[in-house]
Design a protein around this ligand. Structure first.
Ligand code: HEC
Ligand code: HEC
Length: 384
């Protein structure tokens, strides 16, 4: 069948091909080609997806448990800095109209996203990209869908000055924060060696230090640590399909993603190439359609999916990935199994992590909200 051609180049996947059938028919001939293949080859078939199949723990080496912390040598964390970062994360006064904070688009109660296809910022202007989660983002090798920021500290200053997001500028941010004595003091405590502690760079550092604390592990980590019973049989079957389909060549490591940029449409061209990913930043042909491989932790909670938020159903996202990234037409049962596995990556976020902190009060010197809608023409709209 057509698939076989595509697969030939993807040796990891060839095992799967012999067994599934195409296009989501439920009556897949169970493991037709499997006789000549190692036992593991039945993994992808609909039959295997519903029956028990032991997982070889050696294959789990592509994943890692969530680390306990995410440190930065350039931005050592102190309790004072993290507490300041948490306040800034929730403070709408960093936005021009005092109505948008980081938490507006990366709501900590809803797994660090806004569950909208694309985010709305200053003056309800829409950006062009879907807001990724902040949970665990500090562990990603780069930030943004196109990787244009190196780390969470650098990333955090972007949205504050982005005209379609918070629409402020450095002068206004510094004026606002210095007008509030508690903030001024907190900056001086957090950055004791600096003469001018209240700067946009330090806002980024404080928020970054806070974001580095947004790490929550769950049953997936228990499973990786050796507890076989932490995942249900359905979830393990889905994990088998996930691994045998080659998803792990891009979605691996501690975040099950987040550690590389890859071409969207690696095997079969993506259908919508309006946004060309990294190419938009570098204008280099070889970067066309390269996007950051997103984390799949908590993915069941962070719909809609993809850089443009174009797909709202997780099963549909899985189906598209298998087809465009791996050249596979996986069956409806396999999709269901993978969705069950992805659900096992959901963690329970402790209430104390999502709670809004008390914010220090404005003074008469604090700049007032400015509702004027920024002109969006020709300006960066990708978001932050
Ligand atoms: C108006 C909505 C909006 C606001 C406000 C906003 N962001 Fe974002 N954020 C986004 C969008 C959209 C993206 C993806 C943009 C892109 O990749 O081009 C993003 C990307 C990120 C990322 C990168 C995550 C990843 O996986 O690459 C981090 C981290 C982040 N934002 C943190 C913040 C912080 C901290 C603030 C506050 C200072 C903030 N954001 C304010 C919408 C927003
Ligand atoms: C060649 C690399 C590659 C492979 C293989 C791959 N993916 Fe992806 N995946 C990506 C990239 C890149 C994106 C981001 C696409 C975008 O920006 O729209 C993504 C996005 C996703 C998303 C959406 C997540 C979100 O938060 O928006 C899901 C779900 C997903 N992949 C699951 C899978 C599954 C399941 C497989 C195996 C069938 C798989 N991926 C195989 C690179 C890959």
């Amino acid at each position: 069948m057509k698939r076989a051609l595509v697969f030939a180049s993807l040796s990891v996947l060839t095992v799967l091909l012999g067994c599934g059938d195409s296009g989501g028919q439920k009556t897949a001939p169970a493991a037709s080609g499997s006789a000549k293949k190692p036992a593991a080859s039945a993994a992808g078939s609909a039959k295997a997806a519903s029956g028990p199949k032991p997982i070889d723990r050696k294959n789990l080496a592509v994943f890692e448990q969530l680390p306990k912390e995410s440190k930065s040598d350039k931005n050592p964390a102190t309790p004072a800095k993290v507490a300041l970062g948490r306040q800034l994360y929730f403070d709408t006064r960093l936005s021009k109209n005092h109505d948008v904070s980081c938490n507006t688009c990366h709501n900590l109660e809803t797994y660090g996203v806004d569950n909208k296809p694309v985010s709305e910022g200053h003056g309800k202007q829409k950006g062009t990209r879907n807001s990724p989660t902040v949970y665990g983002a500090a562990l990603h090798t780069v930030q943004f869908w196109d990787g244009r920021a190196a780390d969470v500290e650098e990333q955090a200053t972007g949205p504050i000055v982005n005209p379609v997001e918070m629409a402020a500028d450095e002068k206004r941010v510094v004026e606002t924060l210095t007008s509030i004595p508690e903030y001024k003091k907190a900056f001086e405590e957090s950055f004791p060696d600096e003469k001018e502690a209240v700067t946009l760079v330090n806002v980024g550092k404080a928020i970054g230090a806070f974001e580095r604390t947004l790490l929550v592990s769950g049953k997936w980590d228990k499973y990786l640590a050796g507890d076989d019973a932490a995942l249900s049989q359905d979830e393990k079957n889905g994990l088998s399909v996930f691994m045998d389909s080659g998803c792990t060549s891009c979605h691996g490591g501690a975040m099950v993603g987040g550690n590389m940029l890859m071409k969207l449409g690696a095997v079969k061209p993506w259908t919508d190439e309006k946004d060309k990913g990294k190419f938009e930043v570098t204008k280099d042909e070889k970067d066309k359609m390269f996007f950051k491989v997103p984390t799949l932790r908590n993915v069941a909670k962070t719909a809609p999916y993809f850089h443009d938020g174009s797909v709202s159903d997780l099963g549909e996202a899985v189906k598209k990935m298998a087809f465009h990234q791996n050249g596979l037409e996986i069956s409806a049962d396999e999709i269901k199994a993978v969705v069950a596995f992805l659900g096992a990556l959901t963690v329970e976020i402790p209430a104390e992590m999502t709670k809004a902190p008390e914010l220090p009060k404005s003074t008469p010197k604090t700049p007032k909200p400015d509702p004027a809608v920024a002109s969006a023409a020709g300006e960066e709209k990708k978001g932050g």
